[in-house]
Design a protein around this ligand. Structure first.
Ligand code: UDP
Length: 239
């Protein structure tokens, strides 16, 4: 099941159903892409047709934040939010239980090293066959190294749209796997960045917490949400 927002399809699934779909994609004979969409990505898709094409071709698009939930409500639709960071963590747990090899790419060297160390401590049986920091220029080299290890689940934390582009291009070259862009999740898992307290998460106000604790994000996030909501309200279906 999916719902449409500004001309894009978003999966309308509970957290558990989303995990089931992801598990099926892990078993499918191709590379699949999961996008955890937010208002900023809609803005990018509007400016950049190549990015819009990536979103349109993703095997799964999940509603990451309150912005998408609000946008859908304005058009009379309700959907369950699926925070990408929780979704990715659950996929790691499922992978450990089912002996699925995992790769993690992204963030600064000390961040990914610490994140991998913490994840291995937390999730027994987690099989990380490949990890690499996110500051590289030669994507082909990374694809080549990934191909040699054949992970079935690949988490990519390069920020958006870089991570979505990296995953999209990987579709043509990698062995079958599920790839998901996870933004700043490694910063949180490493302990370098604190996640918002639970109450902010429940209320869908993680963005507010992050904006206040990392003021550099203010300029980026603040105008995006109201502009996105205005766009949703004024959007006329072109069909
Ligand atoms: N990042 C990276 N390579 C880059 C740019 C960013 O690995 O060339 C990492 C960055 O270190 C951080 C993550 O991508 O761990 C997410 O970055 P950001 O918070 O800017 O993205 P967002 O989560 O807002 O999409």
């Amino acid at each position: 099941m999916s719902v449409e927002l500004l001309g894009f399809n978003i999966d309308d699934l509970t957290f558990e159903a989303g995990i089931e779909k992801a598990k099926q994609l892990i078993d499918s004979p191709k590379v699949s892409q999961v996008i955890t969409i937010n208002p900023e990505m809609f803005q990018n898709a509007e400016k950049d047709p190549a990015f819009a094409n990536i979103v349109n071709n993703a095997e799964m698009v999940i509603a990451d934040g309150i912005g998408i939930e609000l946008g859908l409500r304005l058009t009379g639709k309700r959907i369950q939010r699926i925070p990408g960071i929780d979704f990715a963590k659950k996929l790691l747990k499922e992978s450990a239980q089912n002996s699925i090899p995992v790769a993690i790419i992204g963030a600064k060297e000390e961040v990914i090293t610490k994140a991998v160390e913490n994840l291995k401590k937390e999730i027994s049986g987690l099989n990380i066959v490949y990890s690499h920091n996110g500051y590289f220029n030669n994507d082909e080299e990374i694809y080549c190294q990934l191909k040699a290890k054949s992970p079935k689940l690949i988490l990519v934390a390069l920020g958006s749209p870089r991570q979505e582009e990296f995953i999209f291009n990987a579709k043509k070259v990698l062995n079958p796997a599920l790839m998901i862009g996870i933004g700043g999740s490694l910063d949180v898992w490493s302990g370098y960045v604190k996640r918002a307290p639970r109450i902010f998460q429940i209320l869908g106000l993680e963005w507010l917490y992050r904006t206040v604790t990392q003021p550099s994000r203010f300029k980026r996030i603040f105008p995006t949400l109201p502009m996105f909501l205005i766009k949703v309200l004024t959007y006329k279906d072109k069909i």
